[in-house]
Design a protein around this ligand. Structure first.
Ligand SMILES: NC(=O)c1ccc[n+]([C@@H]2O[C@H](COP(=O)([O-])OP(=O)(O)OC[C@H]3O[C@@H](n4cnc5c(N)ncnc54)[C@H](O)[C@@H]3O)[C@@H](O)[C@H]2O)c1
Length: 109
């Protein structure tokens, strides 16, 4: 099984990655994460890179999302602007949320 975990360098995503890594040793995990203020590569430290691949990219970027989704058996979506303060202070860049954009891309795939 190959899974794609968006936002997998964030709090919940990285804990999910570690859970799957431990519980499903035969699964391949690809993390797609933009590494914003909330994402941290160190959250994936210690995981075998032959099983866990980090793709640094934006879920709003089709050129990144399309091949990643095509290569996966399942997608688990955690990428988000989870800090509400940022949405309030900079609404223009978040008018199209990563989640809604990603959902429309995967729905049409
Ligand atoms: N933390 C909680 O207690 C909690 C509880 C319930 C639900 N949730 C939900 O779970 C999801 C993840 O929460 P979290 O606490 O792990 O958030 P987080 O902020 O720690 O992680 C979000 C991750 O998404 C990445 N990201 C943001 N925009 C991106 C983009 N455009 N493309 C690719 N990656 C992008 C960030 O770099 C980060 O690694 C959110 O939808 C949140 O609302 C969280």
């Amino acid at each position: 099984m190959k899974i794609l975990v968006t936002g997998g360098a964030g709090f919940i995503g990285s804990n999910f990655v570690r859970y799957v890594y431990q519980e499903r040793p035969d699964w391949q995990i690809t993390v797609l994460d933009k590494l914003t203020y909330a994402g941290n590569k160190a959250n994936l430290d210690g995981l075998d890179k032959s099983r866990v691949k980090l793709v640094i990219g934006d879920i709003c970027d089709e050129s990144v999302v399309d091949p990643a989704v095509s290569d996966a058996d399942a997608v688990v979506h955690f990428a988000a602007e989870s800090h509400v303060d940022n949405s309030v202070h900079s609404i223009s860049s978040r008018t199209v949320s990563p989640a809604s954009s990603f959902a429309s891309k995967t729905a049409s795939a």
